[in-house]
Design a protein around this ligand. Sequence first.
Ligand SMILES: N#Cc1c(-c2ccc3ccn(Cc4ccncc4)c3c2)n[nH]c1N
Length: 242
Amino acid sequence: MRVDIVSIFPEYFAPLDLSLIGKARANGTLRLVVHDLRSWTHDVHRTVDDTPYGGGPGMVMRPEPWGEALDALAPPELTPPRLLVPSPAGVPFTQALAYELAAEPHLLFACGRYEGIDQRVLDHAATRMPVTEVSLGDYVLFGGEVAVLVILEAVTRLLPGVLGNAGSLEEESHAHGLLEAPMYTKPATWRGLDVPDVLRSGDHGRIARWRRDQALTRTGQRRPDLLAALDPQSLDKRDVTA
Ligand SMILES: N#Cc1c(-c2ccc3ccn(Cc4ccncc4)c3c2)n[nH]c1N
């Protein structure tokens, strides 16, 4: 997968040299390049923002540098990338969207700052590539960089070969629309607290049912919205027995 990131704070992405993302870059699974938006400015002050039409607080990112950046990174002769624009006004970023993005050959992230990017940048880009405004959640950040770090981590861990144990994707939270069951490791007793006997029984069928029950209980308690959204077909008949 190829990933391009455009930001006025390219140093924000230093963490992408670390850990499993760093390994994915080193082995070619992830070909990631971070670009400074100011490379596409031409004035002495390298200006990227201006006052908003219609008045209001703050500044808006100028369209010209963004237009030149997207032209350079998504030239018409190449297959267009999918443009992702973090925004408080975006669609929710979910595990389902992470899987969708993990199947894309080329992602292009536009990191806004100030009050956001001039809307015409997204409108013009949408005439020649898929554009998705995406939000991490219902709170407001300073800019898009943190969101790109989160999205990239969620997507990269889904790429083949990145996670040592691909099986762990199967049972983790949100893998099947549920929260994951509680996890335990040695010692069997710690500060007077025991690991549930079923997990030490060696009965894998019983363990699987216990974990499923725990996941359903947790999801009902913490995220009833996820439970409500579950396809009833995906619930085993044993899930509904009292
Ligand atoms: N993803 C995501 C986000 C952001 C976010 C993302 C990009 C930008 C660029 C600029 N800002 C600041 C701003 C913009 C508009 N209104 C108020 C503040 C951003 C916030 N906030 N909260 C989220 N879940």
